[in-house]
Design a protein around this ligand. Sequence first.
Ligand code: ADP
Ligand code: MG
Length: 346
Amino acid sequence: MEKICVAVRVRPPSCEKSEDELHWKVENNSVSLHDGVHNSPIPGMSFAFDHVFDKDINNATVYDLLVKNIIQAAAEGFDGAIVAYGQTGSGKTFTMKGIIPRAVEDLFHDIQQMNVMFEFQIRVCCMQIYNEHIIDLLAEDNNQNLETAYRFWRGPYVRGLKEEIVNNVNQVLGLFQKASGRSVDLAHTLFVMIIESNPKCTYSSSGSTSDAVGRLSVLNLVDLAGSKRTAETQAEEEGEHTDKSLMVLSDVINKLSEGGKQRVHIPYCDSKLTYILQHALGGNAKTSIICTIAPEKTHIEETKGTLQFASRAKNVTNCVKVNEASSEGKLLDEVFKKQEVQSPCS
Ligand code: ADP
Ligand code: MG
């Protein structure tokens, strides 16, 4: 069992802030709302996390402390997820754009170290979820509305989503750039790397390779759509669309943080995002959630909402394990793929 790693990152202020007023103060790994006039913290407004990154912390440090070990684990067959959460303009995309190139570079470096023993295949896909519609950012025709499905080895996936086989860092970064150019801020963007490895030449005395165990890991790099604190009420008042995936994500995190998986039903199937990320949330993946906040006084309510979400996420535990399959298992997975088995939810 392993707790999800939760960090908060404070974006630099858009203009020089005054320390005389209410402001967020970072100390060690906590962030608290501070009354500058009386020079005192506001009671009940202090939050501690695995890491709190103040405004002058750069992407390289965030990557090293939060992501690097997940990339190494992904090369070894563990599912992984890095999720950026926070209100619009708080630094989610800035953070993911700083993380992804480093992740790709390290992944190829790590598998290079292992490729005497294993044969690797890496595939990349990229999608957006907007208003519960999945759009393929690597396909030319982005008018599709794709459905989710599940296979026991591959796990949750999107049927018909283009998966490109990639061989080097530049190829992946090219695809990421192409996808980024087409993504919109209002949607959730998922950049996914699928890492499959099979042992090379493990001839047994009988000369058979039939029980060679393969590994498959899925690495989800997620730039969520901007969160809203009072999503439901506010959106209703303003007559705007409430993002179902974000609401269900909150719900899933709440239920996981309260009861644990055994006792309550977790509504993964209620949104496309949570369905795809089910291994990352209370499943077998290694997960880091980066919650980005804006330091300005005008954003205090949103920031509180983000910190409350982050506090609940801290209580979620995953049961981390390598995703293996025997040759028989892999064959079965292929058969299921051909039969296009309906997911239990869609
Ligand atoms: P979001 O994706 O959450 O809507 P962005 O990542 O687009 O927000 O960030 C909003 C603006 O703030 C951008 O201009 C971005 O470059 C800047 N920014 C965000 N975080 C940082 C940071 N940690 N350091 C410097 N600039 C940042
Ligand atoms: Mg963004």
